[in-house]
Design a protein around this ligand. Structure first.
Ligand SMILES: Cc1ncc(COP(=O)(O)O)c(C=O)c1O
Length: 449
């Protein structure tokens, strides 16, 4: 064992797989085994591995200006070009963009900017944030408070109450419905609960509502048809900002440019990361509307500085990686390709709906999950994630890299460049892994049929 502390890992099971290189949609381990990367790393490698053009742009930037900061009015062209290009793509009015290094940092930055903004516009009581059960927004102290997954809170003393984070129902019909409840009835109940929460806390104490348009780490939950329309109606009524965490959904993942487009959301705040640079260099963005930015200008001048920023905010090499990634997305019409491939993947995945282990297949575009259940008829979940872990291992043995999320939901999120033949290959491998999972589950008497 090395001296590393591994992230999001059972610390008794470290160093299981040593990946040494990648090419296209494939990765290779130290024994030469090839795996189709069905989760694009951690939902991020949009252009796959070894993209020569991207590597060239990054290398050129390293030779030209390997680092420069952005404190105190310093800037560089590649950073300004990235912000302008990104700003023009976004569905936020007169978008202003703060750059950071990770999704968690961008979400932290958002929380700080919300506090700053509401303080300087004379509404210091308007600070609470509504976040959802079963959501994932990162793991820094503040972004972990937004995250609604127990494993990210246990033993960490996350300051949920201190930050005024309120928790609303997950819009997950399959898991959250009451007996006999229709999808419309489920949505209506959640919206009524949300309105009660807002009224109980006081609308003028709530700054924002944050959601992933389609969730990732919490099981690829696709909210019901009218959920976000109804949420937005409430937020408008009570003057609460919609904050879309697009860290996974952004850039073609759900069949459109942004998950907000797919789900009919007009966000005021957006968080971007991952596919923004196709994961070649870490970079993220916290996007706010121009009006919010304008309100912060004069107060920052009075203090002498807008006192928030990272050493690597606007790192030129990361900016070059992101700018080239966006150029390739546009030139190669990759969002359209991803939409076509997504439609195909969703259709083919629905074939697993009849499998005895599968409770639900869900997803949008090139993101999906197949949830394995103890009882197919009732949807009863397994008490632990043992079977999902077995399936992940069986996938690896069949040359496929996937992850089980939220227990036993097997997540699919391949690079946007995947072809239909590679989707077939991915699902053939998954079929074999699922066959051995069924044999194992029956042998271990894990199913209640
Ligand atoms: C929706 C969402 N938000 C935020 C984050 C945090 O991003 P990072 O891991 O880059 O800090 C993630 C990471 O998976 C995510 O999926």
């Amino acid at each position: 064992m090395t001296t590393l502390i591994y992230p999001t890992t059972n610390l008794k099971k470290t160093e299981q797989l040593n990946i040494v290189r990648g090419e296209g949609v494939y990765i290779y381990d130290d024994e030469g085994n090839q795996y189709l990367e069905g989760l694009a790393g951690l939902w991020c490698s949009a252009l796959g591995y070894g993209n020569a053009e991207l590597i060239e742009a990054i290398t050129r930037q390293l030779h030209t200006l390997s680092y420069s900061h952005m404190f105190g009015g310093r800037t560089h062209q590649v950073g300004m070009d990235l912000a302008n290009k990104l700003g023009a793509m976004l569905p936020v009015a007169d978008a202003k963009i703060f750059l950071a290094n990770s999704g968690s940092e961008a979400n932290d930055s958002h929380i700080k900017m919300l506090h700053y903004y509401f303080n300087v516009v004379g509404k210091p009581q308007k600070k609470k944030i509504i976040a959802l059960q079963r959501s994932y927004h990162g793991v820094t102290m503040a972004s972990a408070a937004l995250t609604g997954l127990p494993a990210n809170h246990t033993h960490f003393d996350i300051p949920v109450d201190a930050l005024g984070i309120l928790r609303a129902d997950a819009p997950h019909y399959y898991r959250g419905r009451l007996a006999g409840e229709t999808e419309a009835g489920f949505t209506a109940r959640l919206i009524a609960n949300l309105e009660q929460l807002i009224l109980r806390e006081g609308p003028d104490t709530i700054a924002a509502y944050i959601a992933e348009p389609v969730t990732g780490a919490s099981g690829v939950v696709v909210p019901p048809e009218n959920y976000f329309a109804d949420v937005q109606r409430l937020l408008k009524k009570y003057d609460i900002l919609f904050w879309a965490d697009e860290v996974i959904c952004g850039f073609g993942r759900t069949g459109n440019d942004f998950g907000s487009t797919t789900m009919g959301i007009q966000p005021q705040l957006m968080t971007l990361a991952k596919q923004l640079s196709s994961a070649y260099i870490p970079i993220s963005a916290a996007v706010i509307p121009g009006t919010m930015y304008e309100a912060m200008v004069e107060p920052s001048a009075q203090v002498g500085v807008f006192g928030h920023g990272y050493t690597y905010t606007g790192h030129p090499v990361a900016c070059a990686a992101a700018l080239k990634t966006l150029e390739i997305f546009e030139r190669d019409r990759l969002f359209e390709h991803a939409a076509r491939m997504g439609k195909y993947m969703q259709e083919r995945l629905r074939e697993f709906q009849n499998h005895p282990l599968v409770g639900e297949v869900r997803g949008k575009g090139l993101i999906a999950a197949v949830e394995l259940v103890k009882n197919k008829k009732t949807g009863e979940a397994f008490a632990d994630g043992k079977l999902g872990a077995f399936t992940t291992q069986a996938c690896l043995q069949n040359g496929l890299s996937l992850r089980a999320v939220a227990g036993n939901s097997i997540a699919f999120c391949p690079p946007l460049i995947i072809t239909s033949a590679q989707i077939d290959e991915m699902l053939d491998k998954f079929t074999r892994a699922l066959e051995s999972t069924l044999v194992y589950a029956q042998h271990e008497k894990m199913l209640s049929l």
